[in-house]
Design a protein around this ligand. Structure first.
Ligand code: MGD
Ligand code: MGD
Ligand code: MO
Length: 631
C-alpha cells in the first residue's frame, strides 16, 4: 500500500481530518462514472466489477468516461474515452475543475454547508488556462468540456481511480484533484457517489506529521503516512554506514526483490543485512536471499480473511475456513510470530489464568468474564497492551471451535466495531444488549461460511465518519497548491529515452506475485511489451521481435507485440512476471518467466510527498536485437 496509496491517504488526512478516513465509490449505483487510470475489467477493485461495467454499458441512462492512455477493455465499454497523454492527468483534472468553476457549475449548497476554504479553491481554478492544459493532455477541448459539464450536472456522479494516476507523475496531486472533482460537484455522501466507509478491521491508520510528533526514519528522515513507510526508501535505510541503519528485516507476504522499485538496489541492500527472515508460502526471489525462511500455511490451509471490505452504506465480511489440511512443517503466521516472541523472551509460553477465563467465557459469554479478565490483566501488566492481538490469539484462540485460533483477533475487532457503529450493526438485524452485540457479531463471523453483513449505515452517518471536529471537509491543502503552481512549468522529454513505459500493467494472466507456475498462463506467457505499430516502425521493430528495453537503471530483453490500443510514444509491460524457477530438466539451472520490470524502475523517480514510484512513467529506449547481446 505504501507504494501506491499513501499519497491518497495523506490527502484524505488533510481533507477529512485523519488519514484513516478512506473513500469508497458506489459504482454500482452511479449514473455518471469517471474511471481515471484504472482498468477494472482486468483488475476488478470494486465488487462484481465486470457485471457492473456491463450493466452501465447497457443502460442508455448511465454514462461512463474512462481516462487512460490505452484503449483498454474498460475504455472500450465507455461512452467517452479520453485517451490522455501519459503522465498529464494533473493538467486534465485541473482543466476539468477549471471548466466547472469558471462556468459556475459547482454545487454551491453542498459547498457552503459541508466544506471550508472554497474561496481559495475558486481563485486557483478560475486562473487555470483550460485550453492550454487540455492541449498538454493531448485532448480535444469540446470533449473535455462536455465531460466536465455532464459530470457537474449528474445526479449520481462517482469517481473511481487507481494506479494509472497514483503511480504516475504528480501522484499525490492527482489524488487531491480527483477528490476535489467529486467534492465540488457535491457527489459525496449520497447514493451512487463517493463516500467514507467503516471497516471491521481498520487497515489504514493515521500518522501525525513530524511537526506534530509523527515518527520519521533514521537514515532518509521519511515521515510515516497511515502507519506505513514506503518500500521505495528501504534500500537507502539499509545500504549506508549510518549508525542507525536497518540491520535486520522480516519480510512477510511480499516479494520486494521483484515488486519494489530498483531490483538491483534491493539485492545489493539485502546482501548487507545482518538478518533477513522471510515468511512466505513459496520459495521466492526474496526468500532465496534470506538467512531464514519460515514457511507459512496457504490461504486454503488456515482460517483467513480479506480486510479489503470497503463498502458503504452496507458492508460485509467473510471469515474463510480452511479447506485442506496444512502440509509439511508450515504454520499460520500468528503461531510463527507467537513462537518468535516467546523465543525472544517478550511473551510467556502460557497465560494460565486468562486461558481459563477464556474457557469460561466460551461457555457463558453473557457473563462477560473475559473482557473483565482482560482489563484486569492489562491493569496488572500494562506493557502487554501493545500485544493485545497476540494475547487474544494465545488465550481466546485456544477455545474457539474448529481450531479457529487465527480468528481470535476478530473478537476484539467485532467488539470495537459494534461499540463504535452500534446503530449500523443493529440495522443489519443482529441483536444483542450492550456488549452482547459485539459478541454476536463475532459469533456470526465465526459460524456463517458465506460471510455476513456487518453494517447498514445511513448516508447522514458519512458526516460522523469525518474526523475534523467541525465535521466539514477542509478543501485547502497548502502543499497541493504549491504543486499546482509548479504545473505551469513545462516538463521536457528525455531524448536518450524517448518512450514512456508503463511498468506494471494488469492483464488477464498476471496476479501480483501469487501464481508462480508459468504453466498457469494460457496466453501472454512471456509478458510481452505492448507497442503501437507506428512507434515500432520508427525503431525498426517487427511484431513479435525480441527487443532490448533500457531505462537509466538497467536493460532487459523482452518480446514486442503490436497493440493499436496504445497511445503513441507509450509502451507497457505487465506486473507480476519475472519469477525464477527451477528447470525440471536441469535442476541446477534457474529459469526466468517473463520480464523483471523493476530492474528498470528507480526509487528516486517518485512522488515528493509519499515517495510512491512513478511506475507508469518510466522513460525507456527500445532497440531491436540485431546482434547477439549479453543481457
Ligand atoms: N488481473 C489482475 N488484477 C489485479 C492485480 C493483478 O496483478 N492482476 N493486482 C491488484 C492490485 S495490487 C492493484 S493495486 C490493482 C491495480 O489496478 P489498476 O490500477 O486498474 O491496474 P493497472 O493495469 O496497473 O493500471 C490501470 C490503468 O492505468 C493506465 N495508465 C497508465 N498510465 C496512465 C496515466 O498516465 N494516466 C492515466 N489516466 N492512466 C494511466 C493503464 O493504461 C491501465 O489501463 O489491481 C489489482 N487487480
Ligand atoms: N513496476 C511495478 N512494480 C509494482 C507494481 C507495478 O504496477 N509496477 N505494483 C505494485 C503493487 S500495486 C503492489 S500491491 C505490489 C505487490 O507486491 P507484493 O506485496 O510483493 O506481492 P504479492 O503478490 O501481493 O505477494 C507477495 C508474496 O506473498 C506470498 N503469499 C501468498 N499467500 C501468502 C500467505 O498466506 N502467507 C504468506 N506469508 N505469504 C503469502 C506469495 O507467495 C508472494 O511471494 O507490487 C508493486 N510493485
Ligand atoms: Mo496493489
Amino acid at each position: 500500500m505504501a507504494q501506491e496509496k499513501t499519497g491518497d491517504f495523506w490527502v484524505n488526512g488533510k481533507l477529512f481530518g485523519k488519514q484513516s478516513c478512506h473513500i469508497t465509490e458506489d459504482v454500482e449505483n452511479s449514473d455518471y462514472l469517471i474511471v481515471i487510470g484504472a482498468n477494472p475489467w482486468q483488475s476488478h477493485g470494486f465488487p462484481r466489477a465486470r457485471k457492473v461495467l456491463g450493466e452501465i454499458a447497457k443502460d442508455p441512462k448511465r454514462k461512463m468516461v474512462v481516462i487512460d492512455p490505452r484503449s483498454t477493455k474498460t475504455a472500450e465499454m465507455a461512452d467517452v474515452h479520453l485517451q490522455v497523454k501519459p503522465g498529464t492527468d494533473a493538467y486534465l483534472l485541473s482543466a476539468i475543475l477549471g471548466i466547472i468553476i469558471q462556468e459556475g457549475l459547482e454545487d454551491h449548497e453542498f459547498l457552503s454547508k459541508h466544506t471550508v476554504g472554497f474561496d481559495q479553491i475558486k481563485k486557483i481554478f478560475t486562473d487555470v488556462s483550460v485550453k492550454d492544459y487540455v492541449d498538454r493532455a493531448g485532448l480535444d477541448l469540446k470533449l473535455v468540456q462536455n465531460v466536465a459539464r455532464a459530470f457537474a450536472n449528474a445526479d449520481r456522479g462517482c469517481v473511481r481511480v487507481d494506479l494509472g494516476i497514483q503511480q504516475s507523475l504528480h501522484s499525490t496531486l492527482n489524488s487531491y484533484l480527483e477528490k476535489l472533482l467529486f467534492i465540488i460537484t457535491g457527489n459525496f455522501g449520497k447514493k451512487g457517489s463517493n463516500n467514507l466507509h467503516t471497516q471491521l478491521v481498520p487497515i489504514v491508520g493515521h500518522s501525525n506529521e513530524p511537526e506534530k510528533g509523527g515518527a520519521t526514519t533514521k537514515v532518509t528522515g521519511m515521515k510515516e503516512i497511515s502507519n506505513f513507510y514506503p518500500p521505495n526508501i528501504l534500500p537507502s535505510e539499509i545500504d549506508t554506514d549510518h549508525p542507525e541503519r536497518v540491520r535486520a528485516l522480516i519480510v512477510d507476504s511480499s516479494n520486494p526483490i521483484l515488486t519494489a522499485a530498483d531490483s538491483n538496489a534491493y539485492r545489493k541492500a539485502f546482501e548487507k543485512l545482518d538478518l533477513l527472515v522471510v515468511i512466505d508460502v513459496a520459495n521466492t526471489e526474496t526468500s532465496r536471499m534470506a538467512h531464514y525462511v519460515l514457511p507459512a500455511q496457504s490461504q486454503f490451509e488456515k482460517w483467513e480473511a480479506a480486510f479489503f471490505t470497503l463498502d458503504f452504506p452496507s458492508n460485509y465480511f467473510q471469515l474463510r475456513k480452511p479447506i485442506v489440511e496444512p502440509r509439511g512443517d508450515t504454520l499460520a503466521e500468528p503461531e510463527i510470530y507467537r513462537r518468535i516472541m516467546v523465543a525472544m523472551g517478550l511473551f510467556p509460553k502460557r497465560f494460565p489464568l486468562l486461558e481459563r477465563i477464556a474457557r469460561w467465557h466460551s461457555r457463558f459469554p453473557s457473563l462477560g468474564v473475559f473482557p473483565i479478565g482482560l482489563k484486569m490483566f492489562f491493569t496488572l501488566y500494562p506493557t502487554y497492551k501493545k500485544s493485545v492481538l497476540m494475547i487474544l490469539y494465545a488465550t481466546l484462540g485456544k477455545v474457539l471451535p474448529d481450531k479457529a485460533n487465527n480468528a481470535a483477533m476478530l473478537w476484539g475487532a467485532s467488539h470495537l466495531y459494534a461499540k463504535r457503529y452500534r446503530n449500523a450493526v443493529l440495522r443489519t438485524g443482529l441483536k444483542g444488549k450492550g456488549f452482547m452485540l459485539g459478541e454476536n457479531l463475532f459469533k456470526q463471523a465465526l459460524e456463517k461460511r458465506s460471510g455476513i453483513k456487518i453494517s447498514e449505515h445511513t448516508y447522514e452517518e458519512v458526516w460522523d465518519l469525518l474526523e475534523h471536529p467541525d465535521k466539514k471537509i477542509h478543501l485547502v491543502i497548502t502543499e497541493m497548491h504549491d504543486a499546482l503552481q509548479d504545473l505551469e512549468k513545462e516538463f521536457s522529454t528525455n531524448k536518450e529515452f524517448p518512450f514512456i513505459l508503463a511498468a506494471g500493467e494488469r492483464r488477464s494472466y498476471n496476479a501480483n506475485q501469487i501464481f508462480r507456475d508459468p504453466e498457469w498462463r494460457k496466453k501472454d506467457k512471456d509478458g510481452a511489451l505492448r507497442m503501437h505499430p507506428e512507434d515500432a516502425a520508427k525503431v525498426d521493430v517487427l511484431n513479435g521481435d525480441l527487443v532490448l528495453c533500457s531505462s537509466a537503471k538497467d536493460t532487459i530483453k523482452v518480446q514486442a507485440i503490436f497493440d493499436e490500443a496504445m497511445h503513441l510514444g507509450y509502451v507497457s509491460l505487465p506486473h507480476g512476471y519475472g519469477f525464477e524457477y527451477v528447470d525440471a530438466d536441469n535442476p541446477e539451472n534457474l529459469r526466468q518467466n517473463g520480464p523483471q520490470i523493476n530492474r528498470l524502475t528507480s526509487s528516486e523517480h517518485c512522488d515528493p510527498i509519499a515517495k510512491t514510484p512513478y511506475h507508469k512513467y518510466v522513460p525507456v529506449q527500445i532497440k531491436p536485437i540485431t546482434v547477439l547481446t549479453e543481457v
